[in-house]
Write a protein that binds this ligand. Structure first.
Ligand SMILES: Nc1ncnc2c1ncn2[C@@H]1O[C@H](COP(=O)(O)OP(=O)(O)OP(=O)(O)O)[C@@H](O)[C@H]1O
Ligand SMILES: [Mg+2]
Length: 151
């Protein structure tokens, strides 16, 4: 059973701050699924997450490469499942070995490969609102992701 919590992110800085929070508390073997329509803020959140993991340098959208890997406090893999037709194609780029991997794996458009996601996956669904975005967080044990969050 997943627990859920919905946070309001009034501006871009709040999306980055949520990403930083997730990067601060992430542990080896964590998988984070990022969902939301075009322009929802997935890459913005990823930038905060990578920065908090100590990844230095640019973290571009993986859209054209499908999978990028970085090294910070932990290894960070960033995948985009947007153009992956199915789980078979995820295997072809080695994504299955990162679900979970040795470090942290973030998958944008993860609904495309839902059957491959571990049960412990943290799902973050970003939704555009009249002001800012909402982020719905869902995971079997959500408390550790929210630890220390002042909101
Ligand atoms: N909480 C927020 N409130 C308002 N604007 C935001 C918020 N979070 C992010 N944005 C803005 O939304 C725009 C799109 O963000 P981003 O590129 O991260 O979306 P995306 O989900 O990665 O989109 P795509 O699916 O096209 O790659 C950016 O201009 C960003 O600054
Ligand atoms: Mg993006």
């Amino acid at each position: 059973m997943s627990e859920t919590r919905t946070l309001h992110l009034p501006d871009e800085a709040a999306t980055v701050a949520l990403g930083r929070q997730l990067g601060r508390v992430a542990a080896a073997g964590d998988v984070i699924a990022l969902l939301g329509p075009l322009g929802a803020g997935k890459t913005t959140l990823m930038h905060g997450l990578a920065a908090a993991l100590g990844v230095v340098g640019p973290v571009p959208s993986p859209t054209f490469v499908l999978l990028r890997q970085y090294q910070g406090r932990l290894a960070l893999a960033h995948a985009d499942a947007y153009r992956l037709g199915d789980a078979q194609e995820a295997w072809s780029i080695g994504l299955d070995e990162l679900l979970p991997g040795d470090g942290v794996t973030v998958v944008e458009w993860a609904d495309r490969i839902a059957s491959l996601l571990p049960a412990e996956t943290l799902t973050v669904t970003l939704t555009p609102r009249p002001v800012g975005r909402t982020a719905e967080l869902a995971a079997p044990s959500l408390a550790r992701w929210l630890e220390g969050l002042p909101w």
